[in-house]
Design a protein around this ligand. Structure first.
Ligand code: FEO
Length: 430
């Protein structure tokens, strides 16, 4: 009997079925992916090959420095002149690193990509004479004779270009990054690898969670499909009860917190060295609390922990940040809080900043810039107070809170600031 562990050392393709093969690569040494994601035992770059009666399709490739493994595995099950179709579900370099060389070896192959991938593929191949490609969308198909590939447009999971590909006759979904995770186990299949649940959840939290609304749209396309196997581009191939992973995505895409009230919610975070920013925070809080239909919370970040607030912010309608300026900068807990928001979509929430300062007071503008960078609306100019706030300044803070609450509850016509929608400009999301 072949050892379950010999795949990593093998140069042959691994069958998913009689006509479908894994031709990917293992990267067990990787410890950080895309600079930020922890990969405790590495990752895999999964690529697949489908043989039909009239052609062979390659679905995705691998990271460039793993191309040799990919080509060796491909050559074990097909000749290059048999390849008629190359599907790119996602153009990130971990899946397209071997593409230029594959196109040299199989120049007759036609590329199938999503509409949003068109501009990217030209940049990737770095030639004006880019291989001819066909842009496809949901329910477009390509035939390999007795095998048919159907495309599902699933943008933003995890780049704007992403799509899934469904092999109709075998009910296999090649899902790209969706349902993937960074987990490297040469046994490959979910029923024989180690326990990868932590990795699946971690991957969802960091890659998919900011795009929950797109996950839900993708699930509308995926859930009706009969599924024998879900074959993602990273981590285990899901052949045992693939539906459970689809269901888990549905669960993870629901709001994390129980909705307690129909009211809008405003969170005021502050930190204070000498109590001055704290006084301002209390005044903002008092002003906001005057308005009906909004639930206002005042939260001191002095403890330094920010993770518990991420779920709260995801569900909130507005956040206000109060920080003194220290050494020309906002305080570290504020930056920690803001950097922790990368895992959620804060677009469109109301944001604001205030704080006391001794010399320069840059913190407020810096915080406002970051809020805008995260695509929050910043409808009011922040309040800066030199050292100790006097009665008039505290009254301004009170009004500031009141106005923000009115904007959130739409009692006051909001001042809309248009921010460029980076996603719609197809900017990769690294
Ligand atoms: Fe696995 Fe988004 O690339």
């Amino acid at each position: 009997m072949t050892s379950l562990l010999n795949v990593a050392h093998s140069s042959v393709a691994v069958p998913l079925s009689e006509r479908v093969y894994w031709i990917g690569a293992l990267d067990p040494q990787l410890r950080t992916f895309d600079l930020i994601l922890k990969t405790a035992n590495g990752t895999t770059y999964n690529a697949y090959l489908v043989r039909g009666s009239h052609g062979v399709a390659v679905i995705d490739t691998v990271k460039e420095n793993f191309a040799e493994d990919f080509f060796r595995r491909l050559e074990s099950v097909a000749r290059y002149d048999e390849i008629s179709v190359i599907v790119l579900n996602h153009l990130e370099p971990d899946h397209t690193g071997a593409l230029p060389e594959l196109l040299k070896r199989a120049p007759q192959a036609k590329l199938f990509i999503s509409h949003k991938a068109q501009r990217m593929v030209k940049g990737l191949l770095k030639t004006d004479e880019a291989q001819s490609f066909t842009a496809v969308t949901t329910n477009d198909t390509v035939s390999l004779g007795d095998r048919t590939l159907r495309f599902l447009n699933t943008p933003y999971l995890h780049w704007p270009d992403t799509q899934c590909t469904y092999l109709e006759e075998e009910q296999i979904l090649f899902s790209g990054d969706v349902f993937g995770c960074h987990f490297c186990d040469p046994r490959l299949f979910n029923d024989v690898v180690g326990d990868f649940r932590f990795s699946f959840e971690y991957y969802y939290a960091h890659i998919m969670r900011p795009f929950k609304s797109y996950v839900l749209e993708a699930l509308e396309l995926i859930e009706p499909l009969p599924l024998t196997i879900v074959a993602p581009t990273h981590g285990p191939i899901l052949r045992d009860n693939p539906r459970q992973y689809v269901n888990r995505f549905r669960e993870l895409s629901q709001p994390k917190l129980r909705k307690e009230t129909a009211d809008k919610t405003l969170l005021i975070f502050y930190i204070s060295s000498y109590g001055n920013t704290a006084k301002m925070a209390e005044a903002v809080y008092a002003g906001a609390s005057e308005i009906e239909g909004i639930r206002v919370s005042l939260l001191d970040l002095q403890g330094g922990e920010v993770e518990p607030f991420v779920d709260l912010i995801e569900e909130a309608d507005g956040i206000v940040l109060g920080s003194p300026t220290i050494n020309g900068d906002a305080t570290k807990p504020m930056w920690d809080l803001l950097s922790s928001l990368v895992v959620i979509n804060a677009q469109g929430k109301v944001g604001a900043a205030f704080g006391s300062y001794g010399w320069s007071g840059e913190a407020i503008g810096m915080l406002e810039d970051r809020l805008r960078g995260l695509k929050l609306r910043v409808p009011l100019q922040g309040i800066r107070v030199k050292l100790i706030p006097n009665e008039a300044e505290l009254a301004s803070c009170f009004q500031f809170g009141k106005q923000l609450a009115e904007i959130i509850t739409e009692k006051q016509k909001r001042k809309v600031i248009d921010f460029e929608d980076l996603f719609k400009k197809d900017t990769p999301l690294n």
